[in-house]
Design a binder for this molecule. Structure first.
Ligand SMILES: [Zn+2]
Length: 174
């Protein structure tokens, strides 16, 4: 077991760390894994994987050794992604605000519709009462017309009677 000073992820400090020898029974002879070289799911990053053990706390973990520029690329990509996520979050926030104001104006419109409906209902009932009044007027007009016709009939009878009387008077005078 070779050893060196490495950062222990559990102790969060530099501790003496040893490489845990692999279980050779589980590694096929002649395979790529034999010399601990891995590629990450076909990713262009190839690394040297080893199992480490902190000699202070006993924690075991896998370390990956690879090209430093690959790590820099990964960090830059990560930073770029974070910035993208922040921008997306800002977009999302402004969209949420827009949706909120749309909701508010929609509820105002709904309220406006409600008050419009109220006005329409009031107008409808007013129109109904006007129609009823007009119907009443019509009825009374019909009654008046009938009364008028009756009176006219009576008047005609009176006139006729008057004519008869006048004739009588004229003949008596003569
Ligand atoms: Zn440790």
């Amino acid at each position: 077991m070779s050893g060196t000073w490495k950062w222990c992820p559990e102790c969060k400090a530099l501790h003496y760390v040893k490489v845990v020898p692999p279980d050779w029974r589980s590694i096929h002879f002649g395979s790529v894994r034999r010399n601990f070289n891995y590629s990450n799911c076909g990713d262009p990053i190839h690394f040297f994987k080893r199992k480490m053990k902190c000699m202070d706390c006993g924690t075991k973990w896998y370390s990956a050794e690879f090209k430093l520029t690959d790590l820099k690329d990964l960090i830059e990509t990560n930073e770029g992604l974070r910035a993208d996520v922040e921008l997306m979050q800002e977009d999302l926030d402004s969209q949420r605000k827009e949706i909120g104001s749309l909701k508010t104006s929609l509820s105002i419109a709904v309220d406006g519709n409600k008050s419009r409906d109220g006005i329409i209902e009031t107008l409808k009932s007013r129109i109904e009462s006007y129609s009823k009044t007009i119907e009443l007027f019509k009825d009374s007009q019909i009654e008046l017309t009938l009364e008028y016709e009756e009176k006219r009939g009576e008047l005609r009878e009176l006139k006729d009677a008057l004519k008869v009387i006048m004739k009588h008077v004229e003949t008596e005078e003569v």
